[in-house]
Design a protein around this ligand. Structure first.
Ligand code: Y12
Ligand code: CO
Length: 171
């Protein structure tokens, strides 16, 4: 089922998410709704809180070089914990909860995390490139943070001004 995506400045996006304790049919239904919503909205990543569920669940499904988005490349990441981070990289990020706004954000270049899959099986894996960036972006959602909070003072001021203007004209 396609669910509504919470949009900034919705306060629920600031809520920290909680760990999943039961790897059951209700988790699988949540993963399905998240996937349907992410694909429908043309996203490559989604955290559960973006559909109003404060659980430590995130999806990432990057697009291939030929522009296709294949479900075989879907990562379902539950209860992630950062084990290591290193390097610095900058990438122009976007977020379905801040539609129409893209800005460069600094992140770690590599990240090693532990997480569980939909069956509760534990994994440990190191990610690089766009996967590393996407994981950090989505894990920030689980802590109640948005990428716009990582902008410089001046860029944030500019964003606030643009966002207010957009709200006024009803876009
Ligand atoms: C690198 C940087 C950020 C991420 C997090 C995941 N972000 C997204 O999936 C963003 C998707 C997105 C899609 C949009 O397109 C449509 O809604 C059709 C979009 O455009 C508008 O809202 C107008 C904005 C963001 C992963 C990796
Ligand atoms: Co986001």
């Amino acid at each position: 089922m396609i669910r509504e995506i919470l949009v900034y400045p919705d306060k629920r996006l600031r809520e920290p998410s909680q760990d999943i304790t039961h790897f059951d049919a209700s988790l699988h239904a949540l993963l399905q709704d998240m996937y349907d919503t992410m694909i429908h909205k043309e996203g490559i990543g989604l955290a559960a809180i973006q559909i109003g569920v404060a659980s430590n669940v995130l999806l990432i499904n990057l697009v291939e070089e030929d522009g296709t988005q294949n479900k075989e490349n879907l990562y379902e990441i539950i209860n992630p914990v950062v084990l290591e981070k290193n390097g610095i990289t900058v990438y122009q990020e976007g977020c379905l909860s801040v539609p129409g706004y893209y800005e460069e954000v600094e992140r770690a270049e590599r990240i090693k995390i532990s997480y569980r899959d939909r069956d509760g099986k534990a994994h440990e894996k190191e990610f690089t490139d766009l996967m590393a960036i996407a994981i950090q972006h989505e894990m920030d959602h689980l802590s109640g943070r948005l990428f716009i909070e990582k902008l410089s003072y001046l860029k944030r001021k500019k964003f606030d001004k643009e966002w207010k203007k957009k709200q006024k004209v009803g876009k």
